[in-house]
Structure formats: C-alpha cells, structure tokens
Design a binder for this molecule. Sequence first.
Ligand code: SAJ
Length: 426
Amino acid sequence: MRITVVGLGYIGLPTACLLATKNNDTVYGYDTNSDLISQLNAQTFVTKEIGLDGIMYEVIKSGKLVVDRKLNKSDVYIIAVPTPFNEDKTCDISYIKMAVSSVASILEKGNLIILESTVSPGVTENVCKRIIEDITGFIVGQDILLAYSAERVIPGRIIEELKNNDRIIGGVNLESAKRAAEVYQIFVEGEIHLTDCTTAEVTKIMENTYRDVNIALANEFAKLAEKLGFNVWEAIRLANKHPRVNIHEPGPGVGGHCIAVDPWFFVGMDHEDAVLINAAREINDYMPFYVFEKIRAMAEKLNIKNIGILGVSYKPDIDDIRNSPSSALIEILKSNGFTVYIHDPIVKKFAYALSTTEDLLCNSELLVLMVAHRYYQSMDFTGLLNKSKVKAVLDTKNKLVNYIKNDRFITDVLGKANYLEEKCAE
Ligand code: SAJ
C-alpha cells in the first residue's frame, strides 16, 4: 500500500513515521514548507515529543519515509493540515481545500483519501467530496473512497497515544471506512470503531468541548472559592472521590491548538444554541486577565513593578507555545507598565527574550507560576529564593507554594480564599 501523508505538522509527521516503521511500501510525507523538508532531510529538525526523535531519523535514513515538497502518486492519501478558526468563529478550511485539490489533481480510480484535520461537521461529505468530484470527474464512494478519522492524541505523549488510543473512522460508505481501518491497523493497537463521516467529525470536537467546559467549571469554582472562602484544590480532590464526578483542574487559562479552538466551531455554526460552550470558552479565555487582577492586587500591596513568569508553554513539560495563557498574561502585564522577566526550562523560541533562572530571581519581585513544569517542582526554590529579591509568589497551579517553606515570602494561590490577606496580616 503506497501511502502519502499530506501535512507534516504535530500529527502528520508522527503518523507518517509510525506508518513507515510498519508498512511494506515506502511512505511519503508531503509538506509545502520547504524549510521543514530541508531540516528533516538534513536531520536537523528537533522535536521534544517523546519517542518521535528516535524513529523519525531511523525511517528517513533507511528510506522507509521519503519527505518531499512534491506530491507522489499513492494508493492512500492522509490529509493532516491545520484548521484554525475564522473571525466569526467558524472553522477555517482553506488549508484543507488546498490539500484536497492538490491530491485530486493526481488521483487515480480506486484511491482512498482520509481527512484527519479537526473540522466542523459536514466538511468531508460536503466540501471534500465535491472538490474531488469536480476536479477528477470520478464518483466518490464508487471510483474514489473517502473517509474521516481525527487523531485524539495528547501533545507530550503523541507516539504512545497514536498507537494505543481507540480510533473513530467515518466513511462516505462502509467500504471507505473499512479500507481506512486497514490503513490504521498498520500501527494502531487500540480498537477501531466505524461510523459515518459526520458522526466521526463531530465526535472529535465534542471530546475537546467536553474538556473545555469542564475546565471552565473548575475555573469558576476557583473564583467562587476565593469569594466564598474555601480551598478549591482540596474541595475538588474530595469531590472527585465520588465515583461519578471528575472535576478538572483550575489554572491560568486554556492554551494549545485544540481545546482553545475546536469548541468555537460549534459556536460559529449555531451561536444561538451553543450557549454553554460559548460561556466556557469565554471563562477560559478570561483566566489570564483574572490572574493579572491578582498580580495587580499583590503589586499594589507590596509596591512591586518587576514580575517573573515561570513557564510559557501552553502546558507542562512540552515546548509548544500556541495560544499559551502566559503569552496573553505577558501582553497584559506589559501594556499595564510592568517589567516582565520570563523563564521556561523547555521552550527555546519565544516572542520575548527568555531569562536564565539566575536573572529571573535577581530581577523579579513577584514570581508567578504559570506552567507546572516538572523542572519547577523539583527545584530547591526555598534555597534559591532566599538569595533573591523576590518578595512574593503567586501559584496558579497549586504546585509550588506548598513546598516553599519560608515566612519571608508572601504567597498566594489561585482558588484559595483570603490567602493573600491572611499572609499580609501575619
Ligand atoms: N488544562 C487545565 N485544566 C485541566 C486540563 C487542562 O487548565 O484540568 C489546560 C492545560 O493547561 C492547557 C489546556 O487546558 O493549557 C489544554 O491542555 P490538555 O492537556 O487538556 O489538551 P491538549 O490541547 O494538549 O490536547 C487535547 C486532548 N483532548 C482531550 O483530552 C479531550 C487530546 O486528546 C486531543 O487529541 C487534542 O486536544 C487535539 O489534538 O485535539
């Protein structure tokens, strides 16, 4: 089976690599980004994704995976290109249209196209099918097979989850779904479930919406905790002892390219009915502003101007900064006249200069934990802070303050009532 993966991003590249480790024929990886293709071929592309670095150059060196800016004729095309959202919150499918058109121009009877990008319901059946039929003159479902199957993997564990997660595959007809299942069976060890395209598409955005709404609920509880006088972290821990309750974790906001994006597709399609989904998105997007208000309150009390930010990735232990809550917070702090020192143990490229741990501690008066990287949790903060000019610590993930044992610092934790006031009063 000759397979081409179109789009070598966060999902396309690991998918192509895993296919290449097991497929009998060469797998092709196609991307329009010439820098990426050159870096992959020169073996200079660096990834922090566990397990990917190991197999990536093995399959490229052995010729099992050929990456190119030229689209090669294949039996199967897997399309994994980005789908951001438009200003009106609808799903931007321009990359999909381009990719499907390019593939359609070389399609042969009997070929299979699988769309993997996250989309609003109906894109495979209505948009992709029409483009293919218009360009080729073939009939989809008869001459050409077409299926939809979204990835469901979590950045940081992509390789492991690509192999082990269950997979939902929707086909324009049963034959399309079954043929697509044969492709994924090359490397997927999880169960494969067949359905129609629209159900498979909607399942994907429902999963991410479920998580977004639950994080928003946790964030709302955190705000209530501060006003009503309880400790949200302890209350959630205990509430989750109930066999049917799974409250998520509060935090400084929701980042990434999935949970912060996909729920908008529902809102964009039906603003009137997607009331809860819209509210959840707004609650989570507001969290960096909420954290800023806490910083402003502390800064006023303690006469502070220099803020140190711990962590800029969108979540712990990865180098992905897309839509990161820290980026939003840094913009707000800067536009309000604060001087900001930024640190991250993993991220190397960021819009602003990153400080070393020493610079951060020498210059910051208030430290804000935004990302609970393992690095921060294993640092001897108490020792380091003693030698610094830090006066206060704000912990938005309830991970640091508990073990900074020193009365010299004012500490505050998101979701803990009157914590700051108590400490200031002491
Ligand atoms: N977050 C919280 N509280 C939580 C969990 C997460 O504030 O309890 C924050 C994180 O810090 C981060 C954001 O939410 O900023 C998103 O992180 P995440 O780990 O929840 O999810 P992603 O975006 O890395 O990956 C999600 C996953 N979806 C689900 O778990 C339903 C993944 O399985 C999907 O494949 C991925 O989106 C995707 O590609 O759609």
